[in-house]
Ligand binder design. Structure first.
Ligand code: ITT
Length: 216
């Protein structure tokens, strides 16, 4: 498939993700438009899956159905080994979680959750953990759903650890707490957008998707 002839709708309401996905896919020559530009700004399906793969497809399919155009979604999150993989698929709502981290199905309170409360909750849980640098990885699963029903999905992971001292102001979410391998101890939030987009979980997943699209 010729990627420079492909227009895809980004099935995300997260503007940071939209920026990162756009910066990475523009390197492949792909034309990405936002769901708002495609007239589906208010389509926001419930993420009922318990895997990144399920939620990624739910989001892409809802936008494809609303617009009639190919749609790409990213479902992503941070998995911390000593917390049984939490926050995981519940990364965006972690501080509203009432059930034990890593236990399914999750139970949520109606408390609001945002980046700052999610980061605070993660540090609170890690205060009980003796490891100096708890191992963690970010996961991104990107899925394209085409109007003819074809579905392509690719997973990218970025290994690293969690620092107990937040650092940096770039990016979003858990970026100030996550130290990726290979960047001299800097957090994601201390990397420039270009550095983060070189090898992030999202970049790895999108590179996998690019390879699949080229083979079509
Ligand atoms: P959409 O579903 O509309 O795409 P969302 O932010 O709700 O937006 P997710 O359900 O995939 O997306 O949740 C992803 C959460 O994982 C996100 O809100 C952050 O807390 C965290 N996360 C994912 N990628 C991240 C990154 O690159 N840096 C920091 N945190 C990230």
């Amino acid at each position: 498939m010729e990627l420079n002839k492909l227009t895809i709708v980004a099935a995300t309401g997260n503007l940071h993700k939209l920026e990162e996905i756009g910066a990475i896919t523009s390197k492949f020559g792909m034309n990405l438009i936002s769901k708002k530009e495609a007239g589906a700004g208010d389509v926001d399906p419930e993420e009922t899956g318990i895997t990144f793969e399920e939620n990624s497809e739910i989001k892409a399919r809802a936008i494809m159905e609303a617009t009639g155009m190919p749609a790409v979604a990213d479902d992503s999150g941070l998995e911390v080994d000593c917390l049984n993989g939490a926050p995981g698929v519940y990364s965006a709502r972690f501080s509203a979680l009432d059930s034990a981290p890593g236990v399914f199905p999750a139970v949520f309170s109606d408390r609001d959750a945002d980046d700052s409360s999610n980061n605070a909750r993660l540090l609170e849980l890690l205060a009980e953990v003796p490891e100096d640098k708890p191992a963690a990885h970010f996961v991104s699963v990107v899925t394209i759903v085409f109007p003819d029903g074809k579905v392509l999905s690719s997973r990218g992971e970025c290994p690293g650890y969690i620092t107990r001292t937040p650092a940096g102001t770039n990016g979003f979410g858990y970026d100030p707490l996550f130290v990726p391998e290979g960047y001299c101890g800097r957090t994601y939030a201390q990397l420039s957008p270009e550095e983060k987009n070189e090898n992030s979980h999202r970049a790895r997943a999108l590179r996998g998707l690019e390879e699949m699209l080229e083979k079509l």
